[in-house]
Ligand binder design. Structure first.
Ligand code: HEC
Length: 208
């Protein structure tokens, strides 16, 4: 019988451990340096393409949003989870009134059955039962989450020609779609969304 625990490591095994150890050490040091730079640098490391310029009401709404466990399912201002839709950039897509109506009566606004919002026993049933006051503030907050066209949280791809998007469209989109749908990149600005954003501003500043 031989005692395995007494076998010394072979040179190759030692080397492997040393390399793995060095790798982990350098990765930890690099991570620490990056975190330090991110915390102390004045210029943002990534392009800021989602804007969070909250009004006073929007700020109050953001607190209610956080307290109401919305971030258990949604992402907003980069925090939260991806169980529900990412709400960063929702202000470009939906108007304040739409958001408020949705939170109150989700299925009739969507026009079809919803998954988590709606009456009990759906998990987010409580949103429709919150006070009008709190729901309004949350809707103001959400309507102020604006992102630039083409950013990760925007529903509209970047302006200008993109060979990548062109090739994806050519490969995947059936020909009949080209007659049926308009390429969102060809719309200069969307008057519906522009007017929604303007009316958000009016409602938010109007009834303070
Ligand atoms: C249990 C998970 C869950 C919770 C909690 C939740 N949501 Fe949702 N939310 C969803 C899902 C899923 C959808 C997509 C609609 C559906 O199927 O219910 C959605 C849709 C939405 C939409 C519409 C987005 C769009 O553009 O279509 C808004 C606005 C919204 N939620 C806000 C909220 C707010 C505000 C709260 C907290 C008060 C909240 N949600 C809590 C899961 C959740």
């Amino acid at each position: 019988m031989t005692d395995d625990s007494k076998h010394p490591l072979k040179t190759g095994e030692k080397l492997l451990f040393i390399v793995a150890g060095l790798f982990i050490l350098f990765a930890s040091i690099a991570f620490a340096i990056m975190q330090y730079l991110m915390a102390t640098s004045d210029t943002p490391i990534f392009d800021q393409s989602t804007h969070y310029d909250l009004s006073e009401k929007g700020h109050q709404g953001s607190l209610i949003f956080r307290e109401s466990a919305c971030t258990e399912c949604h992402r907003a201002m980069r925090g939260g989870t991806n169980m529900g839709n990412n709400l960063d950039g929702i202000g470009n897509k939906r108007g304040l009134k739409w958001i408020e109506d949705f939170l109150k009566d989700p299925e009739s606004v969507y026009g079809h059955v919803t998954m988590d919002h709606g009456p009990k026993p759906k998990q987010a049933f409580y949103v429709a039962e919150m006070s009008d006051h709190d729901r309004h503030l949350m809707a103001v907050f959400l309507s102020e989450l604006i992102s630039e066209q083409g950013s990760a949280s925007s529903h509209i791809p970047p302006k200008g020609d993109s060979p990548f998007i062109d090739s994806m469209v050519n490969t995947w989109a059936p020909d009949e779609w080209k007659d049926k749908y308009k390429d969102v990149r060809e719309k200069e600005t969307d008057p519906v969304i522009d007017s929604m954003i303007d009316s958000n501003k009016e409602v938010i500043t109007g009834d303070k």
